[in-house]
Design a protein around this ligand. Structure first.
Ligand SMILES: [Zn+2]
Length: 414
């Protein structure tokens, strides 16, 4: 068998003839020519027999590795004149427009990105993390289910930070399907407005429940675009706020200890952070011991902790709405009288959103599932921290939590 024939079978690019194969330093270069005569616009369906001219240089695309060798595809492309897009380099069947990688290579990267960490991917495929970001953004744009915005009845709007220094994405979850269906950079009411505008009036009008955090931005947008929807506050947002209040109390106390020079106790309180924030059932032995010590010491931090735990217990799945109403009001009273500033503030916030919180309980929104999706999203966005663009971070969220299923390239060829 001739080498060109062998490579033609090996690469499975489709639509090309292999003309030549060379082994250069660390890389196998495969020269190909397109089989089709017609030139295809890379941006639309337009095709023509008329060639505008030929590129002066070869185009190259990285393809799946061959053993330990990198492999690149090389071709001299033509240019065409599209009535809509003007003069363009012709599109090729084996790579996306604007990409220097073949579809198979991009598919592999997207599949890896949906399951494994940054170091594994960048070392294994030998590209940097930002390149991974650009690749997954392309794959995601191509493979997102276009019907995902149909039949939205119970949704949640939530913000997530994808990078340090206040870079946020707004994400919309479909609570019934348990997936993230929409996302965009930003976390204000204008960002939420864009979601409602994109789905349009009739689909916005069909939404029955919108669950939110307790910030003002999304609520304003939700009331404006979907006034019929019941607004519910996710209990896990309430618990998250209580955790933040507790952390504030702990930090203040810690700073005070440092000020008065009690180094030993100060260090213990710094280390105590997770013992305080985690649910008691999830503590390690050591953390549980720290917690017992805090209890013995008593004081503000311990009081803050018991308040936080009391609030968390209110949302245990076994309680009825009547129980929750009594317990929430009791919590508001207790926190208001606690003399712990962060908890006094928390009590005010909860009082303001009491109705929304009770709606969530009344509707029995599946908290476990909602929270699980939320935790997954947060885990993924931490992985996205190295990206430089919001589009890449969003693509990673969509690939892992959205209506996209990526398969490794060989499965697509079956
Ligand atoms: Zn075109």
């Amino acid at each position: 068998m001739r080498a060109t024939t062998a490579f033609s079978r090996l690469l499975r690019l489709g639509g090309v003839d292999v003309r030549d194969v060379r082994f250069e330093q660390h890389v196998v270069v495969v020269d190909v020519a397109l089989k089709r005569r017609r030139l295809q616009c890379p941006l639309c369906e337009f095709s023509t027999r008329h060639r505008h001219n030929r590129q002066q240089v070869d185009s190259v695309w990285r393809h799946l590795d061959l053993g330990v060798w990198r492999l690149v595809i090389r071709a001299r492309l033509r240019r065409l004149c599209c009535p809509e897009h003007g003069v363009r380099v012709e599109g090729v069947p084996f790579a996306r427009h604007g990409s220097r990688f073949t579809r198979d290579f991009e598919q592999l990267v997207a599949w890896l990105a949906s399951r494994t960490d940054k170091t594994t991917i960048t070392r294994m495929v030998r590209i940097d993390w930002d390149t991974v970001g650009r690749i997954i953004a392309r794959v995601c744009a191509d493979q997102l289910d276009p019907d995902r915005l149909e039949n939205l009845f119970e949704i949640g709007l939530d913000e997530v930070s994808w990078k340090r220094q206040h870079n946020y994405l707004t994400l919309v979850a479909d609570h019934i399907r348990g997936q993230i269906v929409w996302g965009q950079e930003g976390n204000d009411s204008a960002t939420a407005d864009r979601f409602f505008k994109q789905i349009g009036k009739s689909r916005s009008g069909a939404i029955e429940v919108i669950s939110l955090d307790m910030g003002p931005g999304y609520a304003k947008s939700a009331r404006e675009h979907a006034p019929q929807a019941i607004i519910a506050i996710d209990p896990y947002h309430v618990v998250a706020l209580a955790n933040r209040a507790l952390d504030e109390v702990r930090r203040e106390y810690w700073n005070e200890l440092r000020r008065i020079g009690d180094r030993d106790t100060a260090r213990r309180f710094k280390d105590a952070r997770w013992s305080l924030l985690k649910a008691p059932g999830n503590l390690t032995d050591r953390q549980a011991q720290t917690l017992r010590r805090l209890k013995r010491a008593g004081g503000e931090v311990w009081r803050a902790y018991t308040l936080k735990e009391a609030l968390r217990a209110i949302f245990a799945p076994s309680l009825t709405l009547e129980d929750v109403i009594i317990l929430i009001d009791r919590f508001i009273n207790k926190a208001t009288r606690s003399r712990l500033k962060p908890f006094v503030r928390l009590a005010q916030t909860i009082r303001r959103h009491r109705n929304g919180i009770l709606q969530a309980i009344r509707l029995g929104i599946n908290q476990g599932r909602t929270e699980a999706l939320n935790n997954k999203v947060r885990l993924i966005t931490r992985r996205a921290y190295g990206f430089h663009s919001a589009a890449a971070a969003l693509a990673l969220v969509m690939l892992t939590c959205g209506p996209v299923s990526v398969q490794p390239p060989h499965e697509l060829h079956v």
